[in-house]
Design a protein around this ligand. Sequence first.
Ligand code: NAP
Length: 270
Amino acid sequence: MEVIKKYGLLGANIAYSFSPNLHNRMFQLNGIDGFYSLIDIPREEFSLDVLTEYVRSFSGFNVTIPYKEAILGFLDEVDERARKIGAVNTVVSEDGKWIGYNTDYDGFMFLFNQLDLREKRNATILGAGGAAKMVYQALMDLGFDDISVVSRSRNCDETYFKKARCINYTSLELNRKPVDLLVNCTPLGMGSHIETMPVSRELLLHHDAVIDLIYNPPETMLMREASKIGIKVLGGLDMLIVQALEAESLWTGHSMNTEKNRLMLMGMFR
Ligand code: NAP
């Protein structure tokens, strides 16, 4: 008898998540005996003992807000890149050990490579949370050497963003200069902030390209305004899809991040 392998998404208040649909569809289309569900643990109930009990029979799982950093304490091993980023979004059970990876990084790199930027020197990162840290690491790896991290309180973790300038939004708007890439790593543009732009239209004029990590809606106000100006724009949907397929590659040992699978998943969101 085939044993169905269990996978899931660990997070808090994640009933909204697309991940079960997305992964179960991929398992079905690729003939994989897997089932993906939500591991929704409220913050006040979370402990490593509770998690151990939940995932005892799982073959792997993804991790989202607010546990991407807390999960490090649960893992037996963390791959080098995830350790450098300081956050894990994919966990694999291997020979009785829990091993952590960061496939958001792969998703971001996939987005970035589609931009085909002329210059890769300076960048503005909006937000200073988990996604901003991953983007900072990716941009450093890509050779960007002039990075500003923008936070409302200018309260970014300077021990982490060592080679970046930590500024607030006022300073960003006052000191406009040509910048190769702007990456939105805040929730401004989604949910209750759907009609909000994190920066002014005037500031966008100074950028060559914009990546908005938000994937729902597929086109944010920031992306619309940047498109009107005629600069290169990408949203977070491809990143969501690629991080999911790279997680499945780690779980199954097969390369799942194929064009065919990406196109099939894109179709689910249209
Ligand atoms: P997070 O750790 O909570 O960080 C969010 C950051 O946004 C905070 O550092 C905060 O910075 C800033 N922020 C929060 N509310 C704000 C507001 N009202 N106005 C201005 N800034 C605000 O979240 P995260 O995990 O980094 O995620 C950030 C975004 O990336 C989310 O929109 C998420 O959906 C998206 N994301 C997408 C993918 C994908 O696959 N496409 C993957 C991961 C994340 P300050 O308080 O310092 O200003």
